[in-house]
Design a protein around this ligand. Structure first.
Ligand SMILES: [Zn+2]
Length: 478
């Protein structure tokens, strides 16, 4: 072979290899322990109490995908919520330390009610808030888990699918017989619906909204077919039923454990990572109020739910078509929304309530919480910017919303999304209260009260339109 031909052949080979390497689809996953110290306050209810036992550890679970051009990261924390500062700090650290764009990384919380708070002890719309020690710890651990996932990047193939588990999702808001909805802690009621009305309440009429029984998921495995990671999404608030003041990742942790077992992915050298994110479950819980309560020991119910959801995912997993390469895309945006203000009547009620509370007053934790939130909303700025994200994973569309989102919003997004399947990860990059659609605002109930919900009535319509626009642009490759 002449020298010139050898050089040409060499260049061709190098560029061919180069194209191949640049086009290789890779995945990596990892997790980091975020279990808090005992004594921290468990924040699931209106009266926080100190944690006295760890039933199962809390984790941040991270998955990184790379199509050779675009890299995206997902980090889901076993927490009830994370403040935007924690997500901002974690994403900034990852960007500084790895070069991965902060906008290509999603940080969300599952919404276990048996965890301490990573939301900080301050007003929600404070400017330049100070983070507490646990928030800083969690942000660092999120960043470390994503860094380790990047370290684990290796050639992979990907598949996705959907399953359905309708037996464990119930709309917790009910239409009640006229005149039977109790007074609100805001000093009055025009509510037509009641949340968590109680088992076999004789005034039950019918649920006030739908449920979304779909489980969407995507999974990555090695080119030889060994499971690497799985990312699933189900729209269930949480299950609960822990013992006493335990810390636990609720059914999310049990699902991850069970699917790993079903996939035969235990004790791998690079551990298999399962992630169950929360979908749109702001009005969905695990309780059928039309029936008598089941008497079950602690942790039994969440185990049942976790096993059932895992088995549905496992059945769908076995039917997956695996792809050696897919296109990834990510978009980050902010949406400016009006913050709600109290009415003059609400303000007067809150002031009077707070003024009459003394050391010896009978504690009224719910009224106290709402009176303080009314006063807080009298001081908030007129508008606030909220983070939104859209991702494309092959033919899968993912949206992120920093609220507890009602199921009908998620269903509408799925219906209109340009990618099938598509789903929403709620409580992502922040935690700003409930997000009911306008129709549910009109019906009232706990999730619509000022302080449960903090943004304008039309917020969900604007958010869904914006997310669909972001996804459409990703589809066009813009
Ligand atoms: Zn909750």
């Amino acid at each position: 072979m002449r020298r010139i031909e050898m050089i040409v052949l060499g260049i061709t080979l190098v560029s061919a290899l180069g194209v191949c390497a640049a086009d290789t689809f890779r995945a990596g996953a990892s997790k980091g322990n975020i279990t808090p110290e005992l004594g921290g306050k468990i924040v699931g209810g209106f009266k926080p109490f100190p944690a006295t036992h760890v039933h199962d550890d809390l984790w941040v679970r991270a998955l990184v995908l790379d199509d050779g051009k675009t890299r995206v990261a997902f980090a889901v924390c076993d927490l009830i919520g994370i403040s935007q500062d924690v997500s901002d700090m974690a994403r900034r650290l990852v960007q500084e330390e790895t070069g991965l764009s902060a906008g290509n990384m999603l940080v969300s919380a599952v919404h276990t009610h048996s965890a301490t708070s990573a939301r900080g002890n301050r007003e929600l719309f404070a400017v330049n808030p100070e983070m507490d020690a646990y928030q800083i710890f969690v942000a660092r651990r999120i960043a470390d888990a994503v860094r380790c996932a990047i370290n684990n990047l290796a050639p992979a193939r990907i598949g996705w699918g959907t399953a359905s588990e309708p037996r464990h999702v119930f709309n917790r808001r009910w239409f009640m017989k006229p005149g039977t909805v109790p007074m609100t802690p805001l000093g009055g009621t025009n509510d037509v619906v009641q949340f968590n009305p109680g088992y076999l309440n004789p005034n039950l009429v019918k649920p006030a909204g739908p449920t979304d029984p779909e489980i969407c998921f995507f999974a990555v495995q090695t080119p030889e077919g060994k499971p690497v990671a799985l990312f699933a999404n189900y729209s269930l608030h949480y299950v609960g039923g822990v013992r006493g003041a335990d810390i636990s990742a609720d059914y999310y942790g049990m699902f991850n454990d069970r699917i790993q077992q079903l996939l035969g992915a235990d004790r791998q050298d690079t551990p298999f990572i399962s992630i169950l994110s929360n979908g749109t479950s702001g009005d969905i819980n695990n309780i059928d109020f039309s029936k008598s309560p089941q008497k079950l020991p602690p942790y039994a119910k969440m185990r049942i739910v976790a096993d059932d959801v895992a088995e549905k995912v496992h059945a769908a997993y076995r039917e997956l078509a695996w792809r050696d390469h897919v296109t990834l895309g990510a978009a980050f945006g902010e949406i400016e929304l009006q913050l709600r203000r109290p009415t003059p009547e609400q303000l007067e009620y809150a002031k009077a309530f707070l003024a009459e509370q003394t050391e010896s007053s009978k504690p009224k934790p719910m009224q106290m919480v709402y009176a303080k939130r009314i006063m807080e909303h009298n001081r908030v700025p007129a508008t606030w910017k909220f983070p939104l994200q859209a991702f494309r994973i092959g033919d899968v569309g993912i949206a992120s919303i920093p609220f507890e989102v009602f199921s009908e919003i998620g269903l509408e997004f799925k219906r209109r999304a340009p990618f099938k399947p598509s789903f929403t990860v709620e409580l992502a990059n922040g935690c700003y209260g409930y997000l009911p659609p306008p129709r549910q605002h009109a019906l009232g109930g706990y999730e619509t009260w000022l302080g449960s919900n903090r943004v304008e009535t039309e917020a969900s319509t604007k958010i869904v339109d914006r997310l669909l626009d972001m996804l459409t642009r990703l589809q066009k490759g813009e």
